[in-house]
Design a binder for this molecule. Sequence first.
Ligand code: SF4
Length: 275
Amino acid sequence: MLSTGLSEIKRHLRTHRLPHIWCPGCGNGIITQAFLRAVEALCLDPDKTVIVSGIGCSSRVVEYLDFDTVHTAHGRAIPLATGIKIVSPQLTVVVLAGDGDIAAIGGNHFIHAARRNIDLTVIIFDNFTYGMTGGQYSPLTPKGERTATSPAGSVESPFDICELAKGAGATFIARSTTWHAFDLVHLISRGIDHHGFSVIDVIAGCHINYGKRNQRETAVKMLRWQKEHGVPIDIFRQLPEKEKKDLFPIGIIHSSSRPEYTDAYTKVARSGLNE
Ligand code: SF4
């Protein structure tokens, strides 16, 4: 999967839409490349793969991907993807969206998609901020970090989005970072391959509107921070509680199996129609 060449990735891009809008060094490009490597690894048919995004820097990704794509309203990527999946369960449906989009205005949709265990894969471009609008804090911004709306440090406790997904019923949950780019390809592949609601939380860098306020004003500093703070889940679980502070686990956080929503829905709909 890691041997996928750039030409194989490039054929999935709408090159006429390039150059992209992202700042040099933004983590969005690394996640996009990892996603396309996963598409290649799984031999996904572009004509049977739908990608849905919301609003924000990361959600602009769908403009560059040569699949059936929908760039929908802020926070509404998951309900739109849910509708597509229910009407056409044979399609692979992936949501690509930012942390503000998924965890704030879209938070209600996120927990209910997890509860239903609908077969969607949600890849969160988790840069702890609303990058496009100047760097406000999101529900995933670490406590104490400085943002445009918390210039002295955020006093809010963030969600652990992986634990939130687990509590709500998601059946595949993983976390990685843009530093761990090769592992990320594997985790995205596993998530797409999983039959049920999958969440891949990808810690990414926005050095322009977030890092600059938190002593990580370059892309390199953002990547170094990810490398130093992401700990493989097996090691993380063995750490004393006080040593876990400021660190986060990476890898497969949770994997389980239970009935998938469109399977159950189709079965009930067919039996109801036959009565
Ligand atoms: Fe990326 Fe931040 Fe620039 Fe948006 S503002 S493109 S998130 S670096």
